[in-house]
Structures are given as structure tokens and as C-alpha cells.
Design a protein around this ligand. Structure first.
Ligand SMILES: Nc1ncnc2c1ncn2[C@@H]1O[C@H](COP(=O)(O)OP(=O)(O)OP(=O)(O)O)[C@@H](O)[C@H]1O
Ligand SMILES: [Mg+2]
Length: 277
């Protein structure tokens, strides 16, 4: 829906994708290669490779301080890596701000969600990207309220979480409903990928389940999700693939269908490394 999609920084043509083909044979929607990031003497990421393919739910797990949020911040334009490559649809990109990343279709849902609590649901969905109707002088315009309300209703229908009215004030909704708005907003803007950094951390059990369903719904519509969560049973249940970060490095890339929850835990704690890395 965005009309101002940012282009690839290296100007390479779509016919020359640099991304590696994934398990499904396609070019990953988003991939990173050799990402490093340090904060002073702290080496937060040490050469991370990661791919996310269309329709996939990928869990990114690891102990506290493993580097998960740092990686998400790099993917969402908040931090610049010290080295490494980011590709979207196989084309090399670089982001100097989170707006750059959003323009490339990378939407991030954080725990605090960045919703404006005093605004209605529909106004939140269109926040920063309001539709204007041209005024009589063609220079001034006003908000196309009716059209935005109708689109907001449709977008939220896709998330299958009931909000009641899109006219409700966001600040009065439950955590799960706010998640739905944030994800609905990401879906509405034609995102290529949705990054979720601990979206369920402060939610009740039922709302956590709702967010899980939401992730599955979004992925079933082709939009992949990179989910960071310490809720390992949920990650195990809803993710197609789980990538484990340990001290800034990817140490395992697992399919829950082929491993146990305990296997994942032993990679997270480092027990599976047996003395490495
Ligand atoms: N802005 C920053 N300045 C300095 N050090 C940072 C900064 N952000 C992260 N770090 C450090 O980088 C490392 C990775 O942190 P990060 O927040 O990515 O971990 P995480 O895997 O998200 O952990 P958690 O599960 O606790 O959220 C940690 O050692 C952390 O202290
Ligand atoms: Mg974190």
C-alpha cells in the first residue's frame, strides 16, 4: 500500500538476486549474512547469518544478552551493523533509520507497541500514513476519515481478533487487542516481514495464545514472522524453524518437527555445544 517503497541501495536488478536459495528453493524475503555489532568492548553479534522465507514463522531464541534484540534492531533500521549484509528479496539494502526499514516492508512489533493511547484504533492503524482527500485548491487536503475507517475494519478482520469498534480508544484495550492492532497495522501496510520482539512478555495466558494464533494467521497469508520469545513451549508449537543465538552467534537452526523442546533448551544454555564455541 505504500507508494514510496525505498529501492535497493546497490541498484542491482531483480534478475540478479544475491540471496541464497532456501529450503523451499526461493529467495529469502529477508536475509542477513555475517552481521557483527559491538557496543564498545561488548561484542553483541559475531557474524550472524539468518534467512526468513515467505510464509515462515521463525523463532529467534537465546538466553538474556544473546543478541536477539540487537539483531532485530539492525533488521528494523534502529542500529547499523559494524559489518555484514542485509538483503530484502535478494537485494542488498542498508537502513539509516527505522523509517527506511518500514519502507522496505519490515515492520516491527515491540512489547510497548508504540500505539498512541489517546487515538482511536483506526487512527492508530493509519498513524503517520494518513490518507488525504484533495481540497478544492488541490494544495490543501483533509483526512479521508470514512475510507480509513473502512480499510481499518478490513485490515483487522484479517487478524481475526475482535476489537469491537475501530472507533475505540486504543488506550482502553487489552494487551492482546493492542497486539492485534499493531500486527493489523503491519499487515495493512503490505509488510514483507513482521519482526516481533517479545510480544507476549507482559500478556496473560489467554492473550499469549491469541498472539500465537495471530502469528499463524499472518504467516498463512504469506507474510513471514520472526518471533523473539522466551515462551519456549509456544515457540516450539507455532514456529516452523527455530534459530538459537548463543553469545552473539547462531549455534543451531532447528525444526520443531524434528527435535524436542529439550533439544532447543540445551542449545540455548550452551549444554549442546559440549565445550564449544
Ligand atoms: N545499546 C547498547 N549499549 C551497550 N550494550 C548493549 C546495548 N544493547 C545491547 N547491548 C549488549 O549487547 C548484548 C546483547 O544484548 P541484546 O539486548 O541484543 O540481548 P537479547 O538477546 O535481546 O537479551 P534479552 O533476552 O535479555 O532481551 C548484551 O551484552 C547487552 O548488554
Ligand atoms: Mg531482548
Amino acid at each position: 500500500m505504500t507508494s514510496d517503497q525505498a529501492g535497493p541501495v546497490d541498484g542491482s536488478a531483480r534478475t540478479q538476486p544475491g540471496g541464497r536459495a532456501g529450503a523451499d528453493g526461493g529467495v529469502p524475503v529477508v536475509s542477513v549474512e555475517g552481521i557483527t555489532k559491538h557496543f564498545g568492548s561488548v561484542q553483541a553479534l559475531r557474524g550472524v547469518d539468518l534467512e526468513v522465507h515467505a510464509g515462515e514463522v521463525v523463532g529467534l531464541v537465546g538466553d538474556n544478552g544473546a543478541g536477539k534484540s540487537t539483531l532485530v534492531n539492525i533488521l528494523s533500521g534502529g542500529y547499523q551493523p559494524n559489518s555484514g549484509t542485509i538483503r530484502v528479496d535478494g537485494q542488498r539494502v542498508s537502513f539509516s533509520s527505522s523509517l527506511d526499514a518500514r519502507r522496505m516492508g519490515i515492520e516491527t512489533v515491540y512489547q510497548d507497541l508504540a500505539l498512541a493511547p489517546d487515538l482511536s484504533v483506526w487512527a492508530n492503524i493509519f498513524l503517520g500514513r494518513e490518507e488525504l482527500v484533495k481540497g478544492p485548491l488541490r494544495h490543501v487536503g483533509w483526512l479521508n476519515r470514512r475510507s480509513m475507517i473502512a480499510s481499518a475494519e478490513k485490515d483487522l478482520e484479517r487478524t481475526r481478533i475482535r476489537i469491537g469498534s475501530v472507533g475505540s480508544v486504543a488506550g482502553r484495550l487489552s494487551g492482546g487487542q493492542r497486539q492485534a492492532i499493531a500486527v493489523g497495522r503491519a499487515v495493512a501496510w503490505g509488510s514483507r516481514v513482521i519482526l516481533m520482539d517479545e510480544p507476549t512478555a507482559a500478556l496473560g495466558v489467554e492473550q499469549q495464545e491469541r498472539v500465537g494464533e495471530l502469528v499463524a494467521t499472518v504467516a498463512s497469508q504469506g507474510v513471514p514472522v520472526l518471533l523473539i520469545s522466551h515462551n519456549l513451549p509456544q515457540v516450539y508449537r507455532i514456529c516452523d524453524r527455530v534459530v538459537v543465538l548463543f553469545q552473539g552467534q547462531v549455534v543451531a537452526n532447528l525444526r520443531p518437527s524434528e527435535c524436542s523442546l529439550d533439544d532447543i533448551v540445551s542449545w540455548i544454555t550452551g549444554a549442546a555445544l559440549g565445550g564449544r564455541p
